[in-house]
Design a protein around this ligand. Structure first.
Ligand SMILES: Cc1ncc(COP(=O)(O)O)c(C=O)c1O
Length: 394
């Protein structure tokens, strides 16, 4: 037994993975041509797993804002938000995020992952209780660990189960923090937000909605599920990321609670890490109005998503429970999923391969995310590639 014995099983699994000629969990993208095309293994590939929902990574206004910020402010802040890393741009973006959600205030973090860590571990401590949807993202689970609070899981998307668990908490329910997502990252299904809001209101608990995959995707102005369902006033905190629809990197939290500002002093993932680079902040600020006003982008995104989801579902694939911009195909075994992933790549399509425990219900997934900038031809090509692999899933 050595320190490294724990890697024995992983080492065997990795050998099997690498036998397909690529590491599906570290495929180098040799050249990136556009939000939807790249060169991988010397071949021109359609990117169908990027979370680049609005395709803004090559938007001219975002690019020139980033270039200008690099020229004027340098390549990095070299410090934490709490020390020398709060530039005027960070504060301006916070104001713009607060205005976007018509909320009292916002905080910007270095990544979406850190936003969840910071918010959860800043708001709760040992003795508090966090009630989370079982299918929540790893960053939410890690935030719970960092906080030291008691963690209770409720059945995925089951407001009745949430109610039952809050009831059992007695007096503690009124200070419980409930964590859910707008669109769940693995299967693309939405939270039953109106029902969850009713439950949380009846106990006086606090609700956090992670809109990582729904920002820019749902709601008239792209706020996410909170806007689509019209419950923003009943949600205590919205967290999210800049790394998907906004095409950069970073995280945020918005709230009407004045106490949000205290997280700047107590949240270790805010205090003890360097702040986002000026160019990242600048491109995010340029992308935000494009997201807000991008009704045509959302229309095209959903047109593409509906087409891909319906086509794969008609082919008989086991897809997620509802039409979504995340289109996940569930496969029975890891081997099936791996040969599927490889088969898609051979046909010029890149998707994400996901194995348990990162997936709900022990399923292996090949997971597509749709972009507003996918052309009709690219969606056809993705569908065609899936069609050619039906024998693997049979
Ligand atoms: C629901 C959810 N929250 C948070 C994150 C973390 O965001 P980031 O990758 O920008 O750190 C992700 C990333 O996939 C996510 O899916």
């Amino acid at each position: 037994m050595t320190l490294f014995s724990k890697f024995d099983a992983l080492s065997r699994d990795r050998e099997a993975l690498l036998s397909v000629g690529f590491d599906p969990f570290g495929t180098p993208i040799e050249e990136i041509y556009s939000p939807t095309e790249a060169r991988i293994g010397g071949q021109r590939i359609v990117l169908a797993g990027t979370n680049n929902y609005l395709g803004l990574t090559f938007n001219k206004e975002c690019l020139s804002a980033a270039h200008k910020a690099i020229d004027e402010q340098g390549t990095g802040t070299t410090g934490s938000r709490m020390a020398n890393g709060s530039f005027a741009g960070h504060r301006a973006l916070e104001q713009e995020m607060a205005d976007f959600y018509q909320c009292r205030s916002a905080i910007v973090f270095t990544t979406g992952y850190q936003a969840n860590l910071a918010v959860i571990s800043g708001l709760t401590q040992p003795g508090d209780v966090i009630v989370i949807d079982a299918d929540c993202h790893a960053s939410i689970y890690d935030g719970c660990k960092l906080s030291g609070a008691d963690v209770i899981r409720f059945r995925h998307n089951d407001a009745g189960d949430l109610n039952k668990r809050l009831k059992r908490l007695g007096d503690r329910a009124s200070s419980a923090l409930i964590m859910i997502e707008g669109i769940y990252s693995m299967l693309g299904d939405r939270a039953p937000l109106a029902d969850i809001v009713e439950v949380k209101k009846s106990y006086g608990s606090y609700l956090v909605v992670d809109e990582a995959h729904s920002l820019g995707v749902l709601g008239k102005t792209g706020q996410g599920l909170v806007e689509e369902v019209g419950v923003m006033d009943d949600v205590d905190f919205v967290v999210g990321t800049f790394s998907k629809s906004l095409g950069s990197i970073g995280g945020y939290c918005v709230s009407n609670h004045p106490e949000l500002d205290f997280l700047r002093y107590v949240s270790r993932p805010y205090v003890f890490t360097a702040s986002p680079s000026p160019s990242v902040i600048a491109s995010t600020r340029a992308a935000l109005p494009l997201l807000r006003d991008g009704v045509h982008l959302r229309e095209k995104l959903w047109e593409n998503a509906i087409r891909l989801y319906n086509t794969l579902s008609e082919m008989g694939y086991k897809v997620g429970p509802e039409v979504s911009t995340v289109v996940a195909v569930m496969l029975d075994t890891r081997e099936q999923a791996l040969s599927f992933w490889r088969g898609l790549l051979e046909q010029g399509i890149y998707v994400n391969l996901v194995f348990p425990p990162a997936t709900p219900g022990d399923k292996s997934l090949v997971r597509c995310s749709v972009s507003a900038t996918h052309t009709d031809e690219q969606i056809s090509k993705i569908c065609e590639a899936f069609k050619n692999l039906q024998h693997i899933a049979a």
